[in-house]
Design a protein around this ligand. Structure first.
Ligand SMILES: CC/C=C\C/C=C\C/C=C\C=C\CC(=O)SCCNC(=O)CCNC(=O)[C@H](O)C(C)(C)COP(=O)(O)OP(=O)(O)OC[C@H]1O[C@@H](n2cnc3c(N)ncnc32)[C@H](O)[C@@H]1OP(=O)(O)O
Length: 289
């Protein structure tokens, strides 16, 4: 309830701000963790995640992301969105592990509902989505990129991308898996999901997790030129085609959202899974020291 009220407030405040800035010509709105700029080619917004240090998708970040998307969807002048990060070297570290560790079942359920909500909005968006992957993109970070229509990645071998859930002792849900299969094919997905592979850029390109690699300083300009190509296609035919390609995958979750929340909640609440997450978080800490 409290989150729903916060969401309404944010949406309202955001739309007032958005309107005022549009009058000034600045065309920019921001929540704390998501910045949206609509400068550049007409009809294109750039959405930047800014939840330092690693753009983990906390409940607040998910909510702000979903609200920003909703606002852009409602703005008929916007036809395309470039999704990128403001955190140096990190696109997104994926779902926030601290939302899935040491909390209670009601929190897990609320969190998962919001993860589903963001995925459904992104994956089924009528807008053209291009990701400018300017850093590491594990698990939920990869999920965000996979929702896009085209993925441009910085060719920096330090950055990796993939669904690495099995390395954490958890299991990618069926809808993550479905989207992976849709993108890279059954055999590659089967192998990568079991091994929790994090692909360096050249391998990510080879297997089809991303569509194009460019030098790091060219990621944004390339994303813009890709967007220009997609904008040249009439919206109605592109949207109907996208819907035809993606609807069955989205419907598969829509028809069992509640069961998926229950599954997640009981899975993540298990002592053995909490122990695995604890060990993984400790490993992340030790990496530093
Ligand atoms: C039967 C099945 C039924 C249902 C389905 C069930 C379950 C499915 C469940 C969940 C699916 C989850 C998908 C996910 O997205 S899980 C998240 C996976 N993410 C990762 O593995 C990334 C981990 N992070 C890293 O590898 C690195 O941090 C990095 C490469 C992103 C960045 O490296 P850096 O060296 O630059 O930074 P660090 O020092 O490692 O990190 C800084 C700081 O941030 C904390 N942190 C990192 N990632 C996360 C995260 N995802 N969530 C929360 N916090 C994170 C890290 O611990 C550091 O914190 P401190 O400064 O030490 O406090």
């Amino acid at each position: 309830m409290a989150l729903a009220a916060a969401r309404r407030l944010l949406l309202h405040a955001g739309s007032r701000l958005g309107r005022r800035e549009a009058v000034d010509g600045a065309r920019r709105f921001a929540n704390k963790r998501v910045l949206v700029e609509t400068e550049g080619p007409a009809g294109v917004a750039v959405m930047k995640l800014r939840n330092p240090p690693v753009n983990s998708l906390s409940l607040e970040c998910l909510t702000e992301f979903t609200i920003s998307l909703e606002k852009l969807e409602n703005d008929k002048s916007i036809r395309g969105v470039i999704l990128t990060s403001e955190c140096p070297g990190i696109f997104s570290a994926g779902l926030d592990l601290l939302e899935m560790y040491g909390r209670n079942p009601a929190h897990y359920a609320e969190y998962w509902k919001n993860v589903q909500e963001l995925w459904l909005r992104l994956y089924t968006s009528n807008m053209i989505l291009v990701s400018a992957i300017n850093g590491a993109s594990p698990a939920g970070g990869c999920l965000l990129a996979l929702c896009c229509d085209y993925r441009v990645m910085a060719d920096n071998p330090k950055y990796t991308i993939g669904l690495n859930e099995s390395l954490l002792g958890i299991v990618a849900p069926f809808w993550f898996k479905d989207m992976y299969v849709n993108t890279i094919g059954h055999r590659e997905a089967e192998r990568a999901l079991q091994l929790g592979t994090l692909f360096p850029p050249a391998e990510a390109l080879k297997v089809g997790v991303v569509d194009e690699l460019v030098p790091e300083d060219k990621v944004h300009s390339k994303a813009r030129s890709v967007m220009a190509k997609w904008l040249a296609i009439p919206d109605h035919s592109r949207q109907l085609t996208k819907n035809m390609m993606r609807k069955a995958t989205a419907d598969n979750l829509i028809k069992q959202r509640e069961a998926d929340i229950q599954n997640f909640t009981s899975f993540i609440s298990k002592d053995s899974i909490q122990k695995s997450l604890h060990m993984y978080l400790e490993k992340l800490k030790q990496k530093k020291g």
